[in-house]
Design a protein around this ligand. Structure first.
Ligand SMILES: [Zn+2]
Length: 116
């Protein structure tokens, strides 16, 4: 049986990048959870933060958490594209996404032209 490798993208590297990104996001989620509970404890203890500050901080933390959840979804989608053999190809024009772009954003599903 002859295997024809027409893909320039190293899927092993892609999988590693996605796994690393996922671990980072999960770490950040956990740390932010800890930071949020610490802020709450501080506030109860000394009342240093005004209510406004703490509300703003909480809103920011929640926005960041939502972004992390979106990124986790994008990672799952990228993993599915790897399985389907679509990974590394633009979903709009089907061109190859350069590795430099995938190194920065391993979840990229469009080339620079189509993304902008
Ligand atoms: Zn494209």
């Amino acid at each position: 049986m002859i295997l024809i490798w027409h893909m320039a993208i190293d899927l092993g590297i892609a999988r590693n990048r996605l796994a690393e990104r996922k671990a980072e996001i999960e770490d950040m989620s956990r740390l932010s959870e800890e930071a949020r509970s610490t802020v709450m404890l501080d506030q109860q203890a000394v009342g240093r933060l005004s209510r406004m500050d703490s509300m703003q901080q909480q809103a920011m933390a929640e926005a960041q958490e939502r972004q992390r959840q979106r990124d986790l979804t994008r990672i799952e989608m990228a993993e599915r594209r790897i399985k389907d053999g679509d990974y590394g190809y633009c979903i709009e024009c089907d061109c190859e996404i350069p590795d430099g772009r995938l190194a920065i954003d391993p979840m990229a599903e469009k080339c620079v032209n189509c993304a902008s």
